[in-house]
Design a protein around this ligand. Structure first.
Ligand code: NAD
Ligand code: UGA
Length: 458
């Protein structure tokens, strides 16, 4: 099929590259010329394992191109994905400006004789499919006055569940595919588009191997549009709540002297609960959990419904992000002038994404309290220095952050931090205090060296 993908970020890149790999002809569109130029040169504009290799393959096969101008490719497209950003707005709802611009421009370039399925892949507030339909109609009527929308295009919802750092693996080997439309020809076309993925009939790319035991067919949830939109918000809200629950139990563990890792490991052995997303730490972050919970709560409140559970998950997370600095204050008492090393800036390991990272909360609090902060991240120091305005020294080697510090605070559990040489680190520190916000290190290793060591809920 001819596929157009608007937005070449994490979701657009993964969608476009996956569909091209499955044999479709894909045009990727982004308003940022540098992203388009990178894709044309077979270099991924985002950091994702396997992306450069797969992008190189689909570029070489001629099945994927990139442009800043969607126009000419719209008329030929069988399916168009809207995968643009939907950042939070001041009210807590999702900002639909980018979606609106994309939808109006799509409408302007539609060919009324060639029906197309327009897919909301971006995470959009409940009911947005209708909104997108009206915006596409606005565009269509500006170029083809009087053309009926029905028969020219239909809007479906196909939410995305990929995780950053595993975007291609999650796209090629998804837990499920949710297709939200009441229009039979649109459902048939989307089922056909995804057929090789559902059947897993493609050879696994060398750079993104099929997980052991992964079973075909991939489940397809065929739903109405509003239900599909709500599946996305409910999934993210549940995952965030699961982590907040583990963090609340961690706080209780600290009071009663239990070990949260032992507790949650055994809790998770119940298959009704499941072992994933029960790691206590300094809270969840990223571009979506906070934004999507906020949008879900906003929707509930539009109907006079107070979203008690989602609000509690957010509140626990807010409290949890303060854990490191509160622990530091409890130990060092005053922070003014203290040299503190912060390890990890991205919102989780394996990504270059800094959006809503717990590290930003930590840097903001530490600098406000007068600490001298030296920060390290394996991939994101330069981006952090640009994105954030805190008076922080960013260093490119972790040893330079640790040397001379009075405390080491771990925010993001990058694998290279797991392998730190604590004998050397201990010798180079001004005072050996280590606050492990991700339960990465072992007290049995650090404490015998004379390091004062604290971790979350242990
Ligand atoms: P992103 O910011 O990485 O990428 C969005 C891209 O869209 C940007 O490159 C931007 O320049 C481009 N863009 C904006 N307006 C455009 C237009 N009119 N035409 C063409 N391109 C345009 O965003 P993302 O992380 O890929 O997220 C996209 C959407 O998917 C969001 O709604 C997000 O909530 C959702 N989502 C994200 C993830 C994730 O892990 N990042 C997972 C599931 C769902
Ligand atoms: C999350 C969801 O997992 C995806 O399914 C969803 O598609 C995506 O949001 C989205 O809608 O954007 P992502 O944001 O990439 O994916 O990251 P996760 O792996 O879910 O981690 C989110 C945060 O939770 C990170 O800060 C991570 O450190 C934290 N986390 C995760 C914990 O604190 N404990 C855990 O047990 C798991």
């Amino acid at each position: 099929m001819q596929v157009l993908v608007l937005g070449a970020g994490y979701v657009g890149m993964a969608t476009g590259v996956t569909l091209a790999y499955l044999g479709h002809d894909v045009v990727l569109v982004d308003i940022k010329p540098e992203r388009v130029a990178a894709i044309a040169a077979a270099q991924s504009p985002i950091l994702e394992p396997g992306m450069d290799a797969m992008l190189g393959e689909v570029r070489a096969s001629g099945r994927l191109s990139a442009t800043t101008e969607a126009g000419p490719a719209v008329a030929a497209a069988d399916v168009v994905f809207i995968a643009v950003n939907t950042p939070p707005d001041a009210s807590g709802d999702a900002n639909m400006t980018f979606v609106q611009a994309a939808a109006v421009s799509l409408g302007q370039h539609l060919d009324p004789t060639h029906p197309v399925v327009i897919v909301n892949k971006s995470t959009v507030p409940i009911g947005s499919a209708n909104l997108v339909k009206s915006w596409v109609e606005d565009g269509l009527h500006s170029t083809h006055p009087g053309t009926p929308a029905n028969g020219t295009f239909t809007v479906a919802s196909n939410p995305e569940f990929l995780r950053e750092g595993q975007a291609l693996s999650d796209s090629l080997y998804p837990s499920r595919i949710v297709l939200g439309t009441d229009v039979p020809w649109a459902m048939e076309r989307l089922q056909a588009l995804y057929a090789p993925l559902i059947a897993q009939s493609f050879p696994a790319p060398a750079s993104v191997p099929r997980p052991a035991g992964f079973l075909a067919p991939v489940p397809v949830a065929a739903t109405d549009r509003v239900s599909a939109e709500l599946v996305k918000y409910a999934s993210n809200a549940f995952l965030a709540t699961k982590i907040s629950f583990a963090n609340e139990i961690a706080a209780i563990c600290e009071r009663v002297g239990a070990d949260v890792t032992q507790v949650m490991a055994a809790v998770g052995q119940d298959p009704r609960i499941g072992s994933q997303f029960l790691d206590a730490g300094v809270g969840w972050g990223g571009s979506c959990f906070g934004k999507d919970l906020s949008a879900l709560m906003h929707t509930a409140r539009e109907y006079g419904l107070e979203p008690v559970l989602a609000a509690a998950a957010v509140e626990v997370n807010r409290r949890q992000r303060r854990w490191l600095v509160q622990r530091l204050q409890a130990t060092l008492k005053t922070l003014k002038g203290r040299r503190v090393a912060v390890l990890g800036l991205t919102f989780k390991p394996g990504t270059d994404d800094l959006r809503d990272s717990p590290a930003e909360t930590v840097l903001a609090d530490l600098t406000r309290l007068g600490a001298r902060v030296v920060a390290h991240d394996p991939v994101a120091t330069e981006a952090a220095a640009q994105a954030w305005s805190y008076p922080v020294e960013y260093v490119n080697h972790v040893d330079d952050a640790i040397a001379g510090s009075e405390a080491v605070l771990l925010v993001t559990a990058w694998p290279e931090y797991a392998a730190l040489d604590w004998v050397r680190a201990h010798e180079s520190m001004e005072r050996s205090l280590v606050l492990d916000g991700r339960n990465l290190w072992s007290p049995d290793v650090l404490r015998p060296l004379g390091i004062e060591y604290y971790s979350v809920g242990r």
